[in-house]
Design a protein around this ligand. Sequence first.
Ligand code: 4NP
Length: 156
Amino acid sequence: MKTKILMVCLGNICRSPLAEAILKSKLDPNYFFVDSAGTGDWHVNHAPDPRSVAIAKKNGLDISGQRGRQFRASDFKDFDHIFVMDNSNLKEVLLLTENKEEREKVTLILNALFENENVDVPDPYYGSADGFDQVFKLLDEACTVISKKLSNQLFQ
Ligand code: 4NP
């Protein structure tokens, strides 16, 4: 069975679609499934923000076919690892957990880079294109670390 990873942000149109595509590009699809969702419902069925589509394209990834969906409690059963982009997402997701097993699946994605520091991926929605560039770089670095850890677990 594949290891399933879910990327979560607020709208599921800026950060988590990038995180989904970046991690997917670093993992073997025979062993891993990666998806994304938002804690909010404003962008359900919407395409990603054009600025995220553009920065992905600049880096060789096509996220234009993704569509927004809202995070749901059943995701705790369907996914093995849930990476949230910021502390607000963390709070929202943890509110829906029912037990320790579910809570242990949830991690702030940048803790892969800055262990135990609980750093946010900045929300670029109301900012400039520069913000998307910075978000892409942070997610790319974090996903490199995460993909190595996950791939190593396959052989343990
Ligand atoms: P995301 O960014 O959580 O990275 O997808 C946002 C997208 C939309 C909104 C907020 C953040 N919004 O308020 O609609």
